[in-house]
Design a protein around this ligand. Structure first.
Ligand SMILES: Cc1cc2nc3c(=O)[nH]c(=O)nc-3n(C[C@H](O)[C@H](O)[C@H](O)COP(=O)(O)OP(=O)(O)OC[C@H]3O[C@@H](n4cnc5c(N)ncnc54)[C@H](O)[C@@H]3O)c2cc1C
Ligand code: FES
Length: 385
C-alpha cells in the first residue's frame, strides 16, 4: 500500500511521525508491538501448562481435576466455555474438549469435571492415570455456549444430561458468587441417583438462593424416591417454569437427550431462536446418520495418503482426525465436534462423509477443505495438511 493512499486515514500522519522518530532511535515499533502481543497472548493464550493440584471424587464415575497455572496467570473465560486438553495416551497424542465447571471469578484455578465413558480413550486416562502434581496441556478458553445479556433473557432454563451439567455449574456458581439478578432453572437428567454430579452443592445452593431452581430428574429412581423421575418432558418443564415466554433455553448433554428434549420444547411452543444447544463431540453411530452410503459397512477401511507424508489404512467409521492422530500426525483441534474449524485439512482427492449441517465455511468448501474431526473416509483419499 502506498503512502498517498494510507495518508487519507485519520491519525496516519501522527503514526508516521512516531514511526520515523522510533526508527531514528533505532527501536522501530517493536517494543510496543511485543508488549501488545504479550497482553493479547495473556488474554487469549493458545496453550497453557496447568498442574493438577487436587482431584475431587464427585460420583463413582466422575472426578473433578482442579488445575492451577504453572507459569502465566489463568486467562479470563465466560461461564459455559471449554478448554481443549491435550494428552498422550498409549503413544497417541490426542485430546478432548472439557467445559470449565468452576466459576469465572475463581482466578486461582480451573475445575474440569470428567465422567467416564465406557471404552473411552481420554476420559479413562484422565480418571485413572492422572494424579495430583501432573501437568496437563490446555487450550485457552473456547466456545460460544454462554449467556449474552444483550441477546438472552434474564431467566435461563438449563437442561442438562450426565456430564452436560458442567457448563451450567460455572454459570450457577457465577450467579451465586456475584448475587446476580438473573434466574436459572436447572433440569438435570441422569440414569440413577448415584450418577448425579454436584447434587449436594446444587441442593444447598437452591435452598439458600431463590434465583436458582434445581430439578433433578432420575430415569430409574430408588424405591421411595419423591423427586421427579423418568425423562425431562414438556409437562415437567411447564410445571416448574410456567410460561415459556421471556426465557432462553440452554441444552447440554448427549445426543439422545437432544433427540428427546428438543421436540418437548417444540411442544411447549419455544421458538428455535430461544434455544441454545452445546455441541457434544463426534457422532456416536455415524452409519445411522442421514446420507451415510449404505455400501460402506461398519468394517470398511480406506487408504489415507497425506501429501508428502504417510499412507495408511483408516476405518471408515473413525473420524479422520482420530486416524491421523493414531498414526502420529498432529492436527490442531478444539471442539472435535465440527464447529470451530481448527482441524481443517484440504481434501485433494477422494470422498469423505461429513454429517449434514457441518458448518464448513463456504470458501472452505469451495477450495476443498474439510473438518477432519467429523469427516469419515468413504473412498481412498489424499489430503494436504
Ligand atoms: C464442548 C464440549 C465440552 C465437553 N465437556 C465435557 C465435560 O465437562 N466433562 C466430560 O466428562 N465430558 C465433556 N465432553 C465430552 C468429552 O470431550 C469426550 O467426548 C468424552 O470424555 C469421551 O471421550 P473419550 O476419549 O473417553 O471417548 P472416545 O474414545 O472419544 O469414545 C469412545 C466411545 O464412546 C462414545 N462416546 C464418545 N463420547 C461419549 C459421551 N459423551 N457419552 C457416551 N458415549 C460417548 C464414542 O462414540 C466411542 O464409541 C465435552 C465435549 C464437548 C464437545
Ligand atoms: S476441532 Fe473444531 S471443527 Fe474439528
Amino acid at each position: 500500500m502506498n503512502d498517498s493512499f494510507l495518508s487519507q486515514f485519520d491519525g496516519y500522519t501522527a503514526i508516521a511521525e512516531e514511526k520515523q522518530a522510533a526508527e531514528k532511535l533505532g527501536t522501530g515499533l517493536t517494543d510496543q508491538r511485543a508488549m501488545t502481543r504479550e497482553y493479547i497472548d495473556r488474554l487469549h493464550p493458545k496453550e497453557l501448562a496447568l498442574a493438577v493440584s487436587r482431584i475431587i471424587e464427585e460420583t463413582p464415575t466422575t472426578k473433578t481435576l482442579r488445575l492451577v497455572p504453572t507459569d502465566l496467570p489463568l486467562p479470563p473465560f465466560l461461564p459455559g466455555q471449554y478448554t481443549a486438553v491435550t494428552v498422550q495416551v498409549d503413544g497417541i497424542r490426542t485430546g478432548r474438549p472439557l467445559s470449565i465447571s468452576s466459576a469465572p471469578n475463581q482466578i486461582a484455578y480451573w475445575d474440569l469435571t470428567v465422567r467416564r465413558v465406557a471404552g473411552g480413550l481420554v476420559s479413562n486416562y484422565l480418571l485413572d492415570q492422572v494424579k495430583a502434581g501432573d501437568t496437563l496441556t490446555c487450550s485457552g478458553p473456547a466456545g460460544n455456549f454462554y449467556v449474552n445479556p444483550l441477546v438472552h433473557d434474564p431467566t435461563i432454563v438449563a437442561i442438562a444430561g450426565g456430564s452436560g451439567v458442567t457448563p451450567f455449574m460455572s454459570m450457577i456458581r457465577r450467579v451465586v458468587d456475584f448475587g446476580l439478578d438473573s434466574r436459572i432453572f436447572l433440569f438435570y437428567g441422569n440414569r440413577d441417583l448415584n450418577d448425579v454430579i454436584f447434587h449436594e452443592e446444587l441442593t444447598r445452593i437452591a435452598r439458600s438462593n431463590e434465583n436458582i431452581r434445581y430439578i433433578p430428574v432420575i430415569e430409574t429412581p430408588p424405591k421411595g424416591y419423591t423427586g421427579r423421575s423418568g425423562y425431562i418432558t414438556a409437562e415437567t418443564i411447564k410445571d416448574e417454569i410456567g410460561d415459556v415466554s421471556a426465557k432462553t433455553f440452554f441444552l447440554c448433554g448427549p445426543q439422545a437427550m437432544y433427540d428427546f428434549c428438543l421436540p418437548q420444547l417444540e411442544k411447549l411452543g419455544v421458538p428455535s431462536r430461544k434455544i441454545r444447544r452445546e455441541m457434544y463431540g463426534t457422532p456416536l453411530s455415524i452409519t445411522a446418520y442421514p446420507g451415510w452410503p449404505a455400501v460402506v459397512g461398519e468394517g470398511a477401511s480406506f487408504m489415507v495418503s497425506v501429501r508428502g507424508g504417510k499412507h495408511f489404512a483408516a476405518p471408515a467409521t473413525t473420524p479422520l482426525l482420530a486416524s491421523l492422530e493414531k498414526h502420529g500426525i498432529v492436527v490442531p483441534f478444539l471442539c472435535r465436534s465440527g464447529e470451530c474449524s481448527m482441524c481443517r485439512v484440504k481434501l485433494l482427492s477422494g470422498t469423505v462423509y461429513q454429517p449434514p449441517g457441518t458448518p464448513v465455511r463456504k470458501s472452505d468448501a469451495q477450495f476443498g477443505y474439510i473438518h477432519s474431526c467429523v469427516s469419515y473416509p468413504i473412498s481412498d483419499i489424499e489430503i494436504l495438511l
